[in-house]
Every structure is written in C-alpha cells, then in structure tokens.
Design a protein around this ligand. Structure first.
Ligand SMILES: Cc1cc2nc3c(=O)[nH]c(=O)nc-3n(C[C@H](O)[C@H](O)[C@H](O)COP(=O)(O)OP(=O)(O)OC[C@H]3O[C@@H](n4cnc5c(N)ncnc54)[C@H](O)[C@@H]3O)c2cc1C
Length: 485
C-alpha cells in the first residue's frame, strides 16, 4: 500500500521511542500531548486527503520511480506543473488547518536538490550517492513517510564560519568515519515537525569551503535513532493550552506550531543513508537549488494564511456590524492585492524554473526570492489590517472559564454582543481565532492599532484638518501663478 490514512500515520508515531522534551519534561505520548497532538492532526490531514477521491488530483501523483500513486509531498519535482501543483497544495493546506505541515514539507525541497547533486556527484566521484538517494526515495514513497527537513545549524558566532567557531560543534559535522558508516555530532535548530516525522533529512545550512570538509554532510536517519535528543520550542500562545479547555483556543484542533531543536550526540549513520560526505565543492549548488524551492513553498502557505486572515476579517466585520463601511472594504482589497503579488511571483518562479541533468526541476531563483521577500511583508501587513478590522477584543477576550462563570457569563453575554443575530460566544471564538491568526502573543500590535482609537478615526481627523488647511494651500498656489479668480 503506497498511501496510508491519517489514523495509520498517528499509529506509526505511537510506536516510536523518541527522547523528546517540552517544558523540561519528557513527552511520553506524542499523539496525546498538548503541544504535539494538534500538529499531528494537521499532518494527518495530508494523509486523509490523499485517500479522498475528490482530492486525489491535488494531493497525489504517479511516481516516476515506482509507478505507484504517491502523496505529492514525497514527489521529486520534474517540471513546472509539479511545482505549481505543489505550491497550490501548500496554500490550500494552510487555509484548511491554519497550521504547518513541516513534518513532510521542507524535505521535498532538499530531496529535489539532492536528486540533482547526487546525480552529478556519482558521475564525477563514482560513489553511489544517487543510487542511495533513489533507494531512500523509494522507501519514503512506498511507505508514505513523513520526512522533516533539517538545514539550520546553531551557527554560534554569526561573524565566523563553521571552521572558525570556538566550539566546532556549532555546525553539524562528521566526527568519525567507520567501515559501515559515519558518526555525526552537533545540532539542527528550529526544525518544523521534527518530532512528528518518521525520518530526518539533513543538509548543510550554507555553502562550505575546502577546509570545511567535516561539515559537508547530508544524510537521512529515522527520527528515533539512538543519540538524538529533541527539545520542543515553546511559543507564547502555546501556554494557553495548559490552562484552558478547547473552546478557548483560537484554532482548537490544529493550532500549535510543532518545532524542535535537535541535538546529535555522536549519532551513527550507515553509508547507505549518506548522500554527501566531505565534497565541499557541491555544497554551494545544493544550497542554491534547495533555497528557491523552499522560498516558494513557505510563501505559498503564507498565501493560505493570508486567505484565512481575509476570511476572518470579513466574518468579524459582519459580527461587528461594519461590513459595509468603505474603509473596511478597502483594507480587505489591500490584503488581497498585496498577497496576490506574492502569489503571482511564486507562479512566475515556477513557470520560469530550471531543468537539471538528473531530471529534477527548481524555480527561478530571483523570482523565488522576490516572492519570499514580498510574501513576508504582505503577511505582516495583512495581520496588521486584520487587527485593525477586528477591534480591541482581539487581544483581550475573556476565557472559557469566565464565560461559564455564573456571574460573569451573563455580563459577557450582554455587553460583548455586537450584531444581535450573532451569539456572543461565537464572536469571542472568532476573536480568539483572529488573535491566533494575527500572531498576537503580546499587546504590541493590537495596542498600537486599537489603543487610543483605530486607524480610521485618525484618518477622519486628518481629513477634517486637511479640508481646513487646503484653502490656505490653494490660495498660495493661485497667488504664485498670479490667478485672480
Ligand atoms: C517557525 C520556524 C520554522 C522553521 N522551520 C525550519 C525547518 O523546518 N528546517 C530548518 O532547517 N530550519 C527551519 N527554521 C529555521 C530558519 O530557517 C532560521 O530561523 C533562519 O534561517 C534564521 O536563522 P537563525 O534563526 O539562526 O537566525 P540568525 O541567523 O541568527 O539571524 C538573525 C539575524 O541576524 C542576521 N545575520 C545572521 N548571520 C549574519 C551574518 N553573518 N552577518 C550579518 N547578519 C547576519 C540575519 O540576517 C537576521 O537578521 C525555522 C524557523 C522558524 C522560526
């Protein structure tokens, strides 16, 4: 069976023996844990949709390697159509779960680049790097595995290169070569979905020089390989999960970013899983091909998040009774315009991409970087506008405990009602979702937007002042031009 269900994916995680920590405590049960459970749900969606006949075209394709139907997230991009379908998928997924499927998304970009590079390396050096990669790919596709992509090293003092660091472990490196494999030491930081994937795929974070051979390493190993420790990141909004029932969470089913730091304590990697070992001259190309694909993939899901920000802004505007106000419509049009510019650049990057000798395909680098840069700004802008449209309750809604309190509940119900046709609890739920989607973990953005009145009030005052001052300004130019009437 090539495609497995979301439930089978969850079951496969139950069997893994990870050394993973969150809040200083071991995570015993990934599927049930407050911080890993929701992210697992988001990844499970990618499995279930692949089995949905209505979604098959979007989520799956036929593998040129195995001839079987596989999940698109395990496919090596072979042409521009593959890239566009993948980017559409990322946008669609993000707007369905408001979360991240990093446990099986980042690696696709590395795999496509490795496909190119191992092909060239094998031809040049005679080492069976490409054959090993193909064997690994067949396993990933055949077993429908999730593979986390591990690029980012701790990097220590950023002004120094890998070889110059006071501590040589600041970049993941080879510390020993044995007959049957290599031993690696170091860490990879901020790795999306690391604890909820089946495999880790590692590559260097940067291009390396001749004297940095130990750092030129790429390999894949099972997530529960001995010697690996995971430390879960703890973004501020996640803390609410430990002090709340689900109705109090903005995105109750999926809303936790699963990200972990990975420590490799002399971890053994067998040769058949090593795809780069000391060939520094290929690292520049590896980074240069992985980067544009990754830029487009990550910007695609930001477009999906922007779609949610637009949807949420429209619902809140309805709930608040301001949907017909012209400035609200203008703000939503700006969100759409700004986000679609990024989306257009992504599609252009895919359309103008490059075919490589091995048969893999990657986006145009300049357009991919333009897309990423603009997409980041567009998302922040959309979040700012969404905070503006939502109003102050976005950052100070009461909790589920308050709503169910006998005295506070009726007060909340009466005074937090806006549109009489909308239940107060639904308005608060939507505020919580918008709080989550706009990324407000502190008062900074909402307070600066809503505190002391929202932006449109300042615009009204400025317009009033303008009409008074314009008479004086008009008089000045008429005098200069010596026009009497
Ligand atoms: C939510 C999230 C998910 C992620 N998922 C993944 C993942 O799945 N896989 C993965 O591999 N990585 C992942 N990352 C890591 C991400 O790629 C890095 O955070 C990013 O590359 C920046 O590295 P850094 O965090 O070490 O910041 P830094 O490198 O410390 O950057 C901080 C600032 O310093 C500047 N800077 C850094 N070095 C220099 C220098 N030499 N000279 C001048 N300026 C410099 C940077 O430009 C930046 O402005 C994720 C990160 C986040 C936040």
């Amino acid at each position: 069976m090539t495609l497995i269900s979301g439930e089978a994916y969850k079951d496969s995680l139950r069997n893994m023996k990870l050394k993973a920590f969150a809040f200083g405590k071991p995570i015993d049960n990934l599927v049930e844990h407050e911080l890993t459970g929701p992210a697992i749900e988001a990844v499970a969606m990618t499995y279930d949709l692949a089995l949905d006949p209505d979604y098959q075209e979007k989520m799956t394709t036929i593998s040129p390697l195995t001839g079987s139907r596989i999940n698109r997230l395990t496919h090596v991009y072979a042409n521009s159509d593959d890239l566009i379908k993948r980017f559409q998928l990322m946008r669609d997924m993000a707007s369905r779960n408001g979360m991240c499927i990093g446990a099986r998304c980042v690696s696709g970009n590395i795999l496509s680049a490795l496909h190119t590079l191992t092909y060239v390396m094998q031809k040049k050096t005679g080492t069976a790097y490409h054959d090993r990669l193909i064997t690994f790919l067949e396993k990933v596709q055949g077993e429908d595995l999730s593979v986390a992509g591990c690029i980012t090293d701790p990097k220590g003092d950023r002004s120094k290169r890998a070889e110059e660091q006071a501590d040589p472990d600041m970049y993941l490196r080879i510390v020993d070569e044995k007959k049957n494999g290599i031993v690696v030491r170091g860490a990879k930081f901020q790795i999306s979905g690391a604890t909820i994937a089946h495999e880790l795929l590692c590559m260097p974070t940067t291009a390396l020089r001749e004297n940095e051979k130990a750092y030129a390493v790429s390999f894949a190993i099972p997530v529960d390989t001995p010697g690996i420790t995971y430390l879960h990141g703890a973004p501020a909004p996640d803390f609410r999960r430990f002090n709340s029932d689900r109705s109090d969470l903005g995105n109750p089913r999926y809303g936790v970013y699963n990200l972990a730091h990975i420590f490799f304590d002399d971890v053994f990697v067998p040769w058949d899983r090593v795809f780069l070992c000391g060939e520094t001259e290929f690292t520049h190309k590896l980074v240069a091909q992985t980067a544009p694909t990754f830029r487009c993939v990550t910007t695609s899901c930001k477009c999906g998040h922007r779609d949610l920000l637009l949807g949420g802004s429209a619902v809140i505007a309805d709930y608040n009774g301001v949907a017909k106000a012209s400035h609200i419509k203008e703000k939503m049009a700006e969100m759409l315009y700004d986000g679609e510019l990024a989306w257009g650049s992504i599609i252009a990057a895919a359309t103008m991409g490059n075919q490589t000798e091995s048969g893999s395909f990657y986006p145009n680098s300049l357009l991919a970087n333009v897309a990423k840069r603009h997409g980041t700004v567009a998302l922040w802008n959309a979040a700012r506008l969404a905070v503006d449209i939502s109003g102050g309750l976005i950052m100070c809604s009461p909790t589920a405990q308050d709503l169910s309190h006998p005295e506070l509940g009726p007060l909340i119900d009466k005074y937090m009602k806006a549109n009489p046709e909308v239940q107060t609890k639904d308005r608060i739920k939507m505020m919580r979702l918008m709080e989550y989607l706009t990324g407000i973990g502190c008062i900074l953005v909402a307070e600066s937007t809503q505190g002391g009145a929202p932006v449109v009030v300042q615009q009204m005052m400025i317009k009033g002042e303008l009409s008074q001052r314009l008479e004086e300004f008009k008089k000045r130019v008429l005098d200069l031009a010596e026009i009497k009437s």
